[in-house]
Write a protein that binds this ligand. Structure first.
Ligand SMILES: Cc1ncc(COP(=O)(O)O)c(C=O)c1O
Length: 428
């Protein structure tokens, strides 16, 4: 099964042998490893990734879904080059951070105030802390299959079976206040929260790592009402959905408001970023002029709001602001989900297409996929096999992960996906 890949990636194989000596598993993030070894990228442009052996890949992984404008979009690169000459990191306040916070507010009206971080993980950590501080409650809730980064309190119930700890080194104390809820099941969630005082419920409006499963609109609306009723802060983790589902993210797409919104990925325009935003009265807990210890909530970081990221983010959001490109991508996403399903069905393979907007994946199962249980219950081995077959033929998905579209994907790129999928489906 690996024959073609092995013969095309000899330099990557040598690099992998080398990398293993200094990087655990030869990678800098566990999920980037896949069998027999990952290829090592040499450059990227538009919709394409190129590896050290000179192979070209149509990239549907797009830097963990971050690159909605494709690799190195000229407008963003030009702005960043100019900023590089004016300083890479100030460690002081500057105008660009104000401009980006205002741009977020313009696109996501609920985001009255923002604080920047360097990753989605950090942003979720600070958002959780803020919710706890604001409500004076300790317990929090998240959903099965929800991935919010590696912060201890949110690092449970990501992979099936949900009762096995996600990582060694997580103390009981760090996770004992986190309640796990069933996704797309309002009554089930309410039942698990009965008689519990909780600070926040955090949700990915579309499960990303959990298989690209969208929340149902009625479920999200019900969750919003439940949070209002109980004084719970609803946190939307829009690290993937932000500026992708709509210019106003999942809140606009679903017409449901969150109390705190967390962003990452697209917001950085290709550079490291995270942000948490919310209503003024909540965010003011971070204001040292108003609150003192022990009532104020800490947030910070050496590289927060660094001018390179702020520049790239601002240039990116301005391009996305009117929603035109996003709408186009969403239509293409719908077409891809439909066509991939039809290709497999025509070849007698049972699949479900998951995803929403410009996110798409395939699950090899007959059953309807409404939560991460169904995703993990599908044939994961076959999904890896399908993605590896695509990689060997010049189409990159990080195996099992959701595919993503950028404005740089061409008709030919999409046709290639269909053609290679058809070849695979015919043989399986
Ligand atoms: C929905 C979601 N939240 C949070 C994170 C964590 O973000 P980061 O990897 O920037 O820490 C991710 C990353 O994949 C994500 O998909």
């Amino acid at each position: 099964m690996f024959e073609k890949y092995l013969s095309k990636t000899t330099k990557s194989m040598a690099l992998y042998e080398h990398a293993k000596r200094v990087l655990p598993a030869g990678v800098s993030y566990g999920i980037r490893y896949f069998e027999p070894y990952p290829f090592y990228a040499a450059k990227a442009k538009g919709s394409k990734l190129y590896d050290v052996d000179g192979n070209e890949y149509v990239d549907f992984w797009l830097g963990h879904t971050a690159l909605i404008l494709g690799h190195s979009p000229p407008t963003v690169i030009k702005a960043v080059k100019e900023q590089l000459e004016n300083g890479t990191h100030y460690g002081t306040s500057h105008e660009l951070e104000i401009a980006l916070a205002e741009q977020i507010q313009k696109m996501v009206p609920n985001a009255e105030m923002t604080r920047f971080t360097n990753s989605g993980t950090e942003a979720n950590m600070y958002a959780t802390r803020l919710a706890r501080a604001y409500t004076s409650r300790s317990k929090i809730a998240k959903f099965e299959g929800g991935w919010h980064g590696g912060y201890d309190a949110l690092h449970i119930g990501v992979k099936h079976p949900f009762n096995i700890p996600e990582s060694a080194g997580l103390t009981a104390g760090a996770t004992q206040d986190t309640i796990l809820l069933p996704f797309n099941d309002l009554e089930g969630a309410k039942k698990r929260l009965k008689n519990k005082e909780i600070a926040s419920i955090i949700i990915e409006p579309v499960l990303g790592a959990g298989g690209g499963v969208p929340a149902e609109k009625e479920f999200l609306k019900g969750l919003r009402e439940f949070c209002d009723e109980k004084g719970i802060l609803l946190i939307f983790d829009e690290v993937i959905t932000g500026f992708r589902l709509a210019s106003g993210g999942a809140q606009q797409y679903y017409d449901v408001n969150a109390d705190i919104t967390v962003f990452g990925k697209i917001l950085g325009g290709g550079f490291p970023v995270g942000a948490f935003c919310g209503r003024k009265e909540i965010m003011e807990r971070l204001d040292t002029r108003i609150y003192e210890r022990p009532n104020y909530t800490f947030h910070g970081g050496t590289f927060t709001a660094n001018p390179i990221t702020m520049t790239a983010g601002l240039a990116t959001l301005k391009i996305l602001e009117d929603g035109r490109l996003i709408n186009k991508l969403n239509k293409l996403g719908q077409k891809i989900r439909t066509q991939l399903r039809e290709i497999f069905e025509a070849n007698g393979v049972d699949v479900q297409a998951t995803g929403a907007a410009s996110l798409f994946n395939i699950q090899f199962t007959k059953e309807e996929v409404k939560d991460a249980n169904a995703v993990f219950g599908a044939d994961r081995k076959k999904l890896v096999d399908y993605h590896l077959a695509l990689i060997s033929n010049g189409i990159f998905f990080l195996p099992t992960h959701t595919g993503t579209l950028s404005t740089k994907h061409s008709k030919e790129d999409i046709e290639k996906l269909f053609t290679e999928t058809e070849k695979y489906a015919k043989l399986h």
